[in-house]
Design a protein around this ligand. Structure first.
Ligand SMILES: [Mn+2]
Length: 318
């Protein structure tokens, strides 16, 4: 019999799920990596946005949207808290208005977790935060493969002269040697572009790009096969921009694009990656001020993070 993990949520049959101080899935707020396997980490930074702000309030909204989660993931046949110790690490230090400095703070803030072998699941925050995350992971594992679900490729060079922006992190990451584009698959890109060359430039950097229409034409098992073939044995990082979902289901986001995935489709794509090991994850671009009155977007983002917990649980099962 394996001993119970050190950290996890309290028994919901003893205390209703709306009680307690808000943490992700009601897991304890712990700032010492010792005894943890997975850590939810808030990154409340949103001043690298080009349109709607508000993602600085994403972490607290996602935490509130996570209270209803139950331990047993039926579709994956796994209790996500039975074989792994899960903490809410709290929020990282950031500097509003300074994305470049914040990237360094994020890398520094994640380093103790990554060095201790704890898998971080970051709750954004706008997408600029991924640069700091990738710095922390590459420092430990070397350059990683990127699996991205996003309406945008986020490989532009600059916006308004700003090189550290929520549309540029993956270009900066390639320049810094943190990513292997030839091992990375970016999927879900849609909506109007500035020009024909936008996605071509992403492909010329070495990335494989599946547009939203191409992705919608794939079954989850087809998608899974494409990801696994692309990543191979490279340490992989998973980034999920909530704007890959149709704004009818996820209105609370910074740069909405019509005609996106349904939540059911997106969760099936994530589930199809069972058995893969990821060094870290994030779910970004949740902007609660633009969410609906039922906080649908935040609840969906919490469920995306729950899918990540299922992947790490499947990977850590004895
Ligand atoms: Mn993005």
């Amino acid at each position: 019999m394996t001993p119970a993990p050190r950290y996890g949520p309290p028994d919901a049959s003893l205390a209703p799920r709306y009680t307690g101080v808000r943490t992700f899935a009601r897991c304890p707020h712990v700032t010492d990596p010792e005894g943890a396997d997975v850590a939810l980490v808030g990154v409340p930074f949103d001043t690298a946005t080009s349109y709607r702000p508000g993602a600085r309030f994403g972490p607290e909204a996602i935490r509130s949207g996570s209270t209803l989660l139950r331990p047993y993931h039926a579709a994956q046949d796994v209790d996500v808290f039975a074989s792994q110790s899960v903490i809410d690490f709290g929020d990282l230090a950031i500097t509003p208005g300074n994305a470049e400095r914040t990237a360094g703070q994020i890398a520094d803030g994640l380093a103790p977790l990554v060095e201790a072998g704890v898998t971080p699941i970051a709750l954004g925050g706008d997408h600029s935060i991924v640069l700091g995350e990738l710095r922390a992971h590459a420092a430990r594992h070397g350059p990683v493969a990127l699996v991205l679900l996003d309406a945008h490729a986020d490989t532009w060079d600059e916006y308004y002269g700003e090189r550290y922006f929520h549309g540029t992190p993956f270009r900066r990451a390639v320049e810094e040697g943190l990513l292997l584009p030839e091992r990375s698959l970016l999927a879900g890109m849609r909506g109007p572009l500035y020009g024909l060359e936008d996605l071509d430039a992403t492909r010329e950097m070495g990335f494989e790009v599946l547009t939203g229409d191409e992705l919608s034409g794939l079954s989850p098992s087809d998608y899974s096969a494409r990801v696994r073939a692309r990543v191979g044995g490279t340490p992989a990082y998973f980034s999920f921009d909530i704007d890959v979902i149709d704004p009818a289901f996820a209105p609370g986001t910074g740069t909405p694009e019509v005609a996106g995935l349904t939540p059911r489709e997106a969760l099936a794509f994530v589930r199809s990656l069972a058995g893969m090991r990821f060094v870290g994850f994030d779910v970004v671009e949740v902007s609660p001020p633009y969410d609906d009155s039922a906080q649908t977007t935040a609840m969906l983002a919490a469920n995306v993070a729950y899918e990540f917990l299922a992947l790490t649980a499947l990977e850590s099962q004895p």
